[in-house]
Design a protein around this ligand. Sequence first.
Ligand code: 3VV
Length: 221
Amino acid sequence: MTEKTFGPFELQKAYSTEPVPDDFVLRRRISTAMRTLSERVIRAEVDQATLQHWAEQLEAVVATVGEPERRDSKQANRKLFTGAATIEDLYHMMDFDPVSGGANPIAPQVTWVQEGQEGVEGTLRLGQQYQGPPGRVHGGVIAWILDAVLSRALHAAFRLGVTGTLNIRYLAGTPIEDTITCRARITGQEGRKIFIEGSIWHGDQQTVHAEGVWLTPKSLG
Ligand SMILES: CCCCCCCC/C=C\CCCCCCCC(=O)SCCNC(=O)CCNC(=O)[C@H](O)C(C)(C)COP(=O)(O)OP(=O)(O)OC[C@H]1O[C@@H](n2cnc3c(N)ncnc32)[C@H](O)[C@@H]1OP(=O)(O)O
């Protein structure tokens, strides 16, 4: 049996409907454990001996992992554009994303509740490791997440581009350790420039507004 392959317009559907490849089941488990660990060790009130024990155990894990070879991520991209990407290639493109990628240990996990031409919406919860002012999400972390959410709106409309400009207006503190909602949608286009706006909400309160310009690569525009 020949393996199923996908092109750019099938990427999102395949990523959400095809079974998770076996290695990604394990990569996700590793990342979940690492994310949980990051959150739990921050500001942990424990004694010196416990810290010493944790440090040694974690250093042993790092030594076990060593410095493995890495797969060339450009290859998967090229295959996507010729319609030859396998489900494994799709996971290599999507699952290591630094925002919401299940196999990336530093990626805040977003639950996407809406993804389409008209925009995207997701919910997430940021832990202690993302704190800036006490009880609030760090402003740089907010910019990082919104860059990804606005980019997601671009991809959900089957378009490609890089962030040219991203303006963020912090309207109110965004709480850590509580569910927040992020939204984004395309608002316009002028040639290769695509205008996107987004927001973060805590319940009914909007805490952040973002707007930016994405540039479609010259080769595609
Ligand atoms: C079919 C879809 C399927 C979906 C597939 C998804 C698969 C992907 C999966 C997973 C990947 C996830 C990836 C997430 C990515 C997240 C986002 C990022 O992090 S992107 C990285 C950060 N950004 C950069 O690194 C850009 C660096 N800058 C540049 O490369 C250039 O400066 C660039 C391209 C932005 C502009 O360069 P020029 O040479 O193209 O621009 P010129 O031709 O001079 O200008 C064209 C027009 O744009 C304006 N412009 C130029 N730069 C601008 C800027 N920075 N901001 C606003 N406008 C700008 C100019 O004023 C001009 O406008 P006038 O035509 O005159 O009206």
